[in-house]
Design a protein around this ligand. Structure first.
Ligand code: PBG
Length: 309
């Protein structure tokens, strides 16, 4: 039986699918761990002319891939965990997560060594509402503009001088062999990553016991716990592409510590929560942090966020 792995066709998505294929082969040998890659185009790949947050939000990079799982054209879907919507379709599960890459965002620029060094009025291009809000919070004097396209496209737009700086996940740069493009790295405390950033998630049909047994062997339980915590936080806050939301769970000395943040799009208002506990309580920890923010921020602020942009 050859496992069929569905993925988007961007260079980053292909690198991630190949990594899953290599791990399966390493864990189960070339026969039982054999796989083939099925490349699919998603709505998110087709919309190039406007911000994705305006294009209907959730699941733009996952829907067509999940459909292939549901109708049996594929056995495994590989996603960047941060692109996986809060709610999965009925019958699908995140059955494994690979060990997390570096969670940090990278600052990329030819004219400044870091965000602080950019001259007032400089243009920073990023399509991520989280990065836009965090940049505005730290540097309200900069011009933040949307910059779309896959990682390579964004780097060439920077080269062409469309913007003076951009921000990218270091994990993605590393997987593309382009980590040298990073000018500086953000401290995750000052510039918290997207929920799920740096992790590769494997989605399968819940009732496909044979596939789920094979992928269980490449699961990294500490990353899975961190992701469960981060996704529980997202679920409580009903996070979507429209909501600037950030956060990061990590396990140290057997304790899972989470810090999450919700921002107004202009970055001027932010609510933050911290929670920690046993990794086995990951989801409850994430929920607790989310409920803490709802309690303090108030429905009004959160409603305004949902309606914003
Ligand atoms: N939304 C695009 C996306 N999805 C995952 C990554 C990077 C890899 C990762 O976070 O695991 C990127 C590019 C980026 O944010 O720079």
């Amino acid at each position: 039986m050859t496992l069929r792995i569905a993925t988007r066709g961007s260079p980053l998505a292909l690198a991630q699918a190949r990594e899953v294929a290599a791990r399966l082969a390493a864990a189960h040998g070339p026969r039982d761990g054999a796989s083939e890659i099925l490349v699919l185009k998603t709505t998110g790949d087709r919309i190039l002319d406007r911000p994705l947050s305006e294009a209907g939000g959730k699941g733009l990079f996952t829907k067509e891939i999940e459909e292939a799982l549901i109708d049996g054209r594929a056995d495994i879907a590989v996603h960047s965990a941060k692109d996986v919507p809060t709610w999965l379709p009925d019958g699908l599960v995140l059955s494994a997560v690979l060990e997390r890459e570096d969670v940090r965002d990278a600052f990329v620029s030819r004219i400044a060594g870091c965000l602080e060094e950019l001259p007032a009025g400089a243009m920073v291009g990023t399509a991520s509402l989280r990065r836009q809000a965090l940049v505005r919070r730290l540097r309200p004097d900069l011009k933040v503009v949307s910059l779309r396209g896959n990682v390579q496209t964004r780097l060439s737009k920077l080269e062409a001088g469309e913007v003076q700086a951009t921000l990218l996940a270091l994990a993605g740069l590393k997987r593309l062999g382009a980590a040298h493009a990073a000018t500086a790295l953000f401290d995750p405390e000052a510039f918290p990553p997207a929920l799920g950033q740096g992790a590769i998630a494997i989605e399968t049909r819940a009732d496909d016991a044979a596939t789920n047994r094979l992928v269980a062997a490449i699961d990294h339980p500490p990353t899975a716990a961190a992701l469960a915590c981060e996704r529980a936080f997202l679920a409580v806050l009903d996070g979507s592409c429209r909501t600037p939301i950030a956060g990061h769970a990590r396990i140290r000395d057997g304790v899972l510590a989470f810090r999450g943040l919700v921002l107004s799009p202009d970055g001027q208002t932010a609510f933050e929560a911290e929670a920690c506990g046993a990794p086995s309580e990951a989801e409850a920890i994430g929920r607790r942090a989310g409920e803490d923010i709802i309690g303090r921020a108030g429905e009004e602020f959160l409603e305004a966020l949902r309606a914003a942009t």
